[in-house]
Structure formats: structure tokens, C-alpha cells
Design a protein around this ligand. Structure first.
Ligand SMILES: [Fe+2]
Length: 615
């Protein structure tokens, strides 16, 4: 794709436009008022509209479309008089090809690109109508190939009958997914295509057929685009300028995957002018729920929940975070995939990070997948879930001198941001909405993280010579053992208060020190406030020094007092956490090992009062 060629495509069919209409602007106001009072357009036009619809669809389908149209008309508050006109207009639009522009398309999502291979591309779209579709395609100026009579899969809307899903707006009972497979493509060739559906042809879009033999490949990676479509759209508005060969998404695409209405608002609308020309490869996140809609919309190659792709010098493995066991089908797939890949760069993505200092402090896959990644020489791990950017120094176990892995948390795709924290394992961290642009050649993997205002958040380059990592890269290694110490100490730093602290009313703050999981020796802790909390709280006589119990011993309660500085009012959120957050950090020392750890935000809890009552 060429950035300069990319312009906004009008009428690509996003949103539900069936309730549009009106068109009284050419009438003078006075004349219009007279006509309006004398003519009831509702009844005759309703009859005409229904007749047209019945002739366009089967009786059952017409009834369902009619119900939907009336529902939409009710939303705009004038269905009594004008619903018939709207029905008639929609019906005429269906049976009169070319009677309206692309803006009248019955395509409700898409078209968008999926499942590319060197000689195929899948063009997908969604509609609420069950009608045959067609795709015309070819090289520029020669759209002489066609995939005709494309028939849909019917998907029952996940929200229908669901008890735990929240409806944001009106959702249909079912929708239809169309997949047109373009075949016999030439690798690396640019193709133009348009979809013909219900008598409307979409704007012409183009894509580049996948080229496994390409010397260079450029792609975007990001995650957690859910909940705030405006923030998501600020990022996606910049995607085209990078002309990506494809886009990776580390999950949490929408806030509630079972909610049909969110897919348009939070994903397909902000991505409308991107995924029509760049194939999209996601992995499932926890917000995708049971994956019903996720699997309806996305068609990754091979297996649907875990898969891999090769493009030029890059090999990308996508995994489902829900499967962590080494005896799972996914693990067997991953092991075989990574052991057989000879690609210069191996990249894996999944939703929850293996290493993560801020946010959820995720530790996904440390037991089974991380050893596999070392064994198969993984270069880069991409994850999201925590809404921030974190780039770790290369991580490797002590004694490993030839290989290290760069871990990235790229969860800044639009969801509410979480605080990020300094840590000696982190090269760069920031709480910012962002996306990544990566470019791979045989000898180098360049990466940039770009904020939503277009400024550069981070850039780095991995290099290899004859498959060997550069010495200066290996010299930056942060030992995996110290990150494990961070995880072992973190549970001991979750604090609780019996009452919200005031400036003149200090509160007792308690900690419940636990034995270090996996460590034979206790850790000495020097506990202070995290820098983010220091402006708003004061601990009495810091640092608080304590030693964790030995393995097998019971937990140890310690406490101190905390007061507010008065710089900001102290409140409580719905999870009973203090706001601004009160986060403790500690210098953690266990034998010769030393690192930094942070606790979960301080909560109000009765157990804190119990601890404070002890002598
Ligand atoms: Fe998540």
C-alpha cells in the first residue's frame, strides 16, 4: 500500500443507515407546512414499502427487516408518520441497482481483509441481510476477475438471551458474515477490489498480496483498543501513513465481546479505513468474553485461536492466553511451530504479558511458555492487558550467554490508562495511548512506539549477524531471576487502611508479609511510598523495614501510619481503593539478589483495623 494513495473512502458502508431519508430541503417552508398538514404519508407509503420489501425478500425476512426498520425509526422519534417512507425507500433501494450511492449500502461492517496467504485473500463483510454478494478484483485498471454468489454464515447475536451482557443499543437477533476468497493472486502484487452487495458497489480499495519471500515487512502492533472509540480512532487515523503489510492486535478489542453493538462502535468504525486495505490479525483478550463474536468476525490462518504466519523475514505466532498448560493442544502447536521455523525473526503475541511491572502485574506463561521461548530462540514477545507501554531490557536466565528476549507491553490502544512504574528491568515505560510500528529485514528488527499525538515514545533495533545476537544487546540483559524476585515480593506489598487518612487524622496502614514463593531464604524489605503516591501521602518514619517469613511459616502482619499531605482530597473508588492511589514500593534483598517491587493499590479493609488493634 502506498501512503500517498490512501484517501478516505466514502460510503464504505459502516454504520446503520437505513433510517436515513427526509429530503424536504427543496420545498419552501410555507408550502411544506401546508402539505404536511394535509397529507398523511404514513399509511400509503407503509403499504407500498412493505409490498416492495416482500418482493425483495421472503416473507419471513421482510418481517424481520421491517421490525428492524421500525425500531430504528422509533429511535429518531418520528416513525409514526415516516416509517412507511423509510421502509419504501429501503425497499426501492434493494430492487433498483444503482438507485442510491454506496452510502445506502446494506453492508454494516467492512469490507475488511482476513486470512491472507501468498495467493489468496479473504474479503469479509457483515450485513443484517441474507443476500448474495459479489467481489470484483484485479490489478489496477483491470478489475476483470470476480467472486460471485457469495453466501453468508448466519450468526446468532450473542446478546440475545444472554443474562450477563449489557445492551448498549438495539441489536438484531442475527447477522450475516460474508467471506469471499480471492484466489490465484501473485505474491507481492497490488490488487484493487470492490464489493457489490444489494445493488450497491463499495468504493474501490486495494491491498498487497502476502509475499513470504519479501526482503522487508512492516506491520503495526497494539492492543486494548476497547471502551473509548475516540481514543482508538486517534491512533487508527495514523495507521495508513505507515502503509503496514498487516496489523497485529494483542486482544481486548472491545469492552464486552458478547455485546454486538460494541463491535461497530469500538472496533469496526475506528478501523474502517484501515482494515479494508491491511489484513488484521488479533488474539483473544479477556474482554472478548467467550469469543462468540470474535470468532464470527475474524478468520486467522489455520487454527482460529492460535496460529502463525510467515511474511518475509518475520514469523509471528499468535496464542490464546487462556491455555497455559504444557499438555494443551495449543502448547503442542506452539512448540512444533517454533522448532520448525527458520525465520530470521520470531515474534509471539498474546494478551497477558509474561513480565509486567505496572497495571495487572501479569506473569502469563512463565512456567511453560517462557522456557519454550528460550529453547526456540524467540526474539520478541508482544502483549497487552495492562494499559501502558513497557519495554523491558532483554531478559534471560543467569548463565544464558547467547540469547535474550525483549518483552513489550503494548496495551495503550484506547482503554483507560494505568500508572506505569520505574523498574531496573525496564528500558522505557510510559502511561500513554500508543501503537507500535515494526519493520523487519533479515538482519534487523526495527521498532517504534508512537503516541496518539504522533510523537515518538520509543524506538529500538534488534540486530543479528549469522543468527547471533549482538554483544551490546546481550550486555543489557536483566536477569530473569530478579524479575521472579519482583513477583515473589509483590504480594507482600498490598496495603490496607482501616480508615481514609486525613491531614490531621493519620490512619493505620497494615501489610501482610508472605513467604517468598520459590525462594528458600526470606527477603529484607525497605518499604516506602511509590513516587506516584508521594505527593499525596506521608508514611511515618520511612522506610519501614521488615523481613518476610520463611517458607512454611505463617504470614506476618506489620503496620505503620499514613497521613494525607492535603495536596488532594482523599476519596475511595468502587473497589474501596484510595484515590489518589496509595502504592507502596520496596527495595527487596534476598541473599545477593536485589530488585524493586510494588504493591497493589491500598484498600480500605476491616482486616486493617484488626491488625492495627494488635499491640
Ligand atoms: Fe485484558
Amino acid at each position: 500500500m502506498v501512503a500517498s494513495e490512501l484517501t478516505d473512502k466514502e460510503g464504505s458502508g459502516f454504520g446503520e443507515r437505513l433510517a436515513g431519508g427526509g429530503g424536504k430541503g427543496y420545498l419552501k417552508a410555507k408550502k411544506w407546512r401546508r402539505m404536511r398538514s394535509s397529507i398523511d404519508w404514513g399509511k400509503p407509503s407503509r403499504v407500498a414499502g412493505l409490498i416492495v420489501l416482500v418482493s425483495a425478500f421472503s416473507l419471513k425476512e421482510a418481517r424481520e427487516r421491517g421490525v428492524f426498520l421500525f425500531m430504528r425509526s422509533d429511535v429518531i422519534g418520528c416513525w409514526r408518520k415516516w416509517s412507511g417512507v423509510l421502509v419504501a425507500a429501503a425497499g426501492l433501494a434493494l430492487v433498483l441497482p444503482g438507485a442510491h450511492g454506496a452510502a445506502g449500502s446494506l453492508i454494516s461492517k467492512g469490507p475488511y481483509l482476513q486470512a491472507p496467504a501468498s495467493d489468496t485473500m479473504l474479503i469479509m463483510w457483515e450485513s443484517l441481510a441474507d443476500l448474495p454478494g459479489k467481489v470484483r478484483f484485479g490489478v489496477e485498471g483491470q478489475p476483470d476477475a470476480e467472486v460471485g454468489d457469495v453466501r453468508p454464515r448466519m450468526i446468532k447475536t450473542a446478546t440475545a438471551g444472554a443474562t450477563n451482557a449489557v445492551k448498549v443499543g438495539a441489536a438484531p437477533r442475527e447477522f450475516y458474515i460474508y467471506e469471499a476468497a480471492l484466489k490465484d493472486l501473485k505474491p507481492g502484487e497490488t490488487y484493487h477490489y470492490s464489493v457489490e452487495f444489494a445493488g450497491v458497489r463499495t468504493a474501490t480499495n486495494h491491498f498487497k498480496a502476502f509475499n513470504p519471500g519479501a526482503e522487508r515487512v512492516r506491520f503495526i502492533a497494539y492492543g486494548d483498543s476497547r471502551s473509548y472509540p475516540e481514543a482508538h480512532a486517534r491512533l487508527t487515523a495514523r495507521f495508513r501513513q505507515h502503509a503496514p503489510d498487516f496489523i497485529l492486535h494483542t486482544g481486548d478489542i472491545v469492552a464486552r465481546g458478547r455485546d454486538y453493538t460494541l463491535w461497530a462502535r469500538e472496533f469496526f468504525n475506528p478501523m474502517a479505513n484501515v482494515i479494508n486495505e491491511a489484513p488484521f490479525f488479533p488474539v483473544i483478550g479477556n474482554h472478548e468474553g467467550d469469543g462468540t463474536n470474535y470468532l464470527a468476525y475474524f478468520h486467522p490462518p489455520g487454527q482460529r485461536l492460535w496460529y502463525s504466519l510467515d511474511v518475509g523475514p518475520a514469523h509471528v505466532l499468535g496464542l490464546d492466553y487462556r491455555f497455559t498448560r504444557s499438555d494443551s493442544e495449543q502448547f503442542r502447536f506452539a512448540a512444533n511451530d517454533l522448532m520448525t521455523s527458520r525465520a530470521p525473526w520470531k515474534i509471539v503475541m498474546f494478551h497477558k504479558p509474561v513480565f509486567n511491572i505496572g497495571g495487572h502485574v501479569s506473569d502469563w506463561g512463565q512456567t511453560n511458555y517462557l522456557p519454550l521461548f528460550y529453547r526456540t530462540k524467540m526474539d520478541l514477545v508482544l502483549a497487552g492487558h495492562s494499559h501502558m507501554y513497557e519495554r523491558f531490557h532483554p531478559v534471560a536466565p543467569r548463565g544464558e550467554r547467547d540469547w535474550a528476549i525483549t518483552h513489550i507491553t503494548t496495551g495503550g490502544g484506547g482503554a483507560e490508562l494505568y500508572d506505569s512504574f520505574d523498574h531496573p528491568s525496564l528500558a522505557v515505560r510510559e502511561s500513554a495511548h500508543h501503537y507500535m510500528v515494526l519493520e523487519a529485514t533479515r538482519d534487523a528488527l526495527q521498532a517504534r512506539a508512537i503516541r496518539d499525538d504522533g510523537t515518538l515514545l520509543d524506538s529500538f533495533e534488534l540486530k543479528k549477524t549469522d543468527g547471533r545476537m549482538a554483544a551490546d544487546y546481550l550486555a543489557q540483559v536483566y536477569p530473569e531471576e530478579l524479575l521472579k524476585l519482583f513477583y515473589a515480593a509483590t504480594p507482600s506489598l498490598a496495603s490496607r487502611v482501616a480508615s481514609p487518612p486525613g491531614t490531621n487524622a493519620p490512619a493505620r496502614l497494615s501489610l501482610n508479609l508472605k513467604p517468598l514463593a520459590g525462594w528458600p531464604a526470606p527477603a529484607r524489605l525497605e518499604i516506602t511510598l511509590a513516587p506516584q503516591s508521594a505527593p499525596y501521602y506521608e508514611l511515618e518514619d520511612p522506610p519501614l523495614r521488615a523481613t518476610t517469613p520463611l517458607t512454611g511459616q505463617t504470614n506476618l502482619a506489620v503496620w505503620t501510619t499514613v497521613r494525607a499531605t492535603g495536596k488532594r482530597a482523599i476519596t475511595m473508588n468502587s473497589d474501596q481503593e484510595l484515590r489518589p492511589p496509595l502504592v507502596l514500593m520496596a527495595k527487596v534483598r534476598c541473599g545477593e539478589e536485589e530488585t524493586i517491587a510494588y504493591g497493589a493499590p491500598c484498600r480500605l479493609a476491616k482486616t486493617a483495623a484488626t491488625a492495627a488493634d494488635k499491640p
